[in-house]
Write a protein that binds this ligand. Structure first.
Ligand code: GTP
Ligand code: MG
Length: 308
């Protein structure tokens, strides 16, 4: 961590590999890092595949470097737990920053018993913040639940839409209207962007917002058009969170959600091991032989484990 703070990217990369394992060493790293300081903004970027998230992140990194010393990008890819194949494109598109030592880019595969976003992301943000990164962008591919999970790890959620017919309707169906703090209609150079903006605004007027009505910004990520406005809105939202006290309270809530996630993950793993290798062998055999119904078996297994 000390080396990473000093700007050693290799140490930081190694530290994040430790964090990804979610083992005792990861725990040590996370504890050493401590909570993300209230001066650091974690920005989640989500939206449907190909909407232009990575291109926007690339532009936002440029903007952020105008006011901050070090900026990090985490890309979470739920589709490829092994090779991170889909992220190759991301790396290429973010190549602008590849050689800039003020920028750190890392992909995390999402995996885990409960599915959804990588459980390592919050740990990674703590480590990055401790290493001196002041803005942390987290790109998540929008696939069902993952889009909604992004709320649990970001201070500000940016939802990226395109002017495609029906895109905003799909977004509403997926529950994105509730989770976005800033909405983007990207690819404004193609299709009817203004109509999409109006659609999204009218849908937002129907959802409940506490003290912050999410703005809708039109961008062309590939040229950078609209990115200044987007960055301003993202920072405005952070100021709103800070001055209203919501930043601290929502992070406290998110720490509890994280506790629950790690607890569930650890408990599930332990229970599954118990079922496969432990004292439940007899019960397992009976389910296998059709002597006990699987649903009843699960209840009996829990009862058995509760016994001292
Ligand atoms: N015409 C146009 N093309 C864009 C714009 N923004 C991004 N693109 C292109 O759209 C394609 C997808 O962009 P990405 O930034 O990779 O999109 P993404 O949302 O990160 O994609 P995934 O991570 O694969 O879900 C690329 O070929 C971009 O060059 C835009 O504003 N206008
Ligand atoms: Mg991408």
């Amino acid at each position: 961590l000390a080396d990473a703070k000093g700007g050693d990217q290799l140490s930081l990369a190694r530290l994040l590999s430790v964090v990804e394992r979610l083992d005792e060493q990861a725990e040590e790293a996370s504890q050493a890092a401590g909570p993300v300081p209230l001066s650091v903004q974690v920005i989640g970027i989500t939206g449907s595949p190909g909407a232009g998230k990575s291109t926007l992140v690339n532009q936002l990194v440029k903007k952020a470097l105008g006011s901050f010393g070090k900026v990090a990008v985490l890309a979470v890819d739920p589709s490829s737990p092994f090779s991170g194949g889909a992220l190759l494109g991301d790396r290429v598109r973010m190549v602008d920053h590849a050689l800039d030592d003020r920028v750190f880019i890392r992909s995390l595969a999402s995996r885990g018993v409960t599915g959804g976003l990588s459980a390592a992301v919050p740990l990674a943000t703590r480590v990055l913040a401790a290493a001196g990164f002041e803005v942390i962008l987290v790109e998540t591919v929008g696939v069902g639940q993952v889009e909604v999970d992004v709320v649990s790890l970001a201070d500000t959620v940016v939802v990226v839409l395109t002017p495609l017919f029906g895109d905003s309707i799909q977004a509403a169906k997926a529950g994105l209207m509730e989770i976005g703090d800033v909405f983007v209609v990207n690819k404004a150079d193609s299709g009817e962007a203004d109509r999409s903006v109006r659609e999204v605004k009218s849908m937002l007027s129907l959802t409940h917002h506490e003290g912050w009505l999410p703005p809708v910004v039109k961008t062309v990520a590939s040229t950078g058009e609209g990115v200044d406005a987007l960055w301003d809105k993202v920072r405005e939202h952070f100021s709103f969170l800070s001055s209203s006290g919501l930043l601290a309270s929502s992070r406290a809530e998110r720490a509890l959600a994280e506790l629950e996630r790690h607890f569930t993950r650890a408990a599930l793993t332990r229970l599954r091991d118990e079922l496969r290798n432990g004292r439940l062998e007899d019960l397992r055999r009976k389910v296998h032989d059709g002597l006990i119904d699987p649903l009843a078996g699960a209840r009996l297994a829990l009862e058995e484990l509760r016994r001292p």
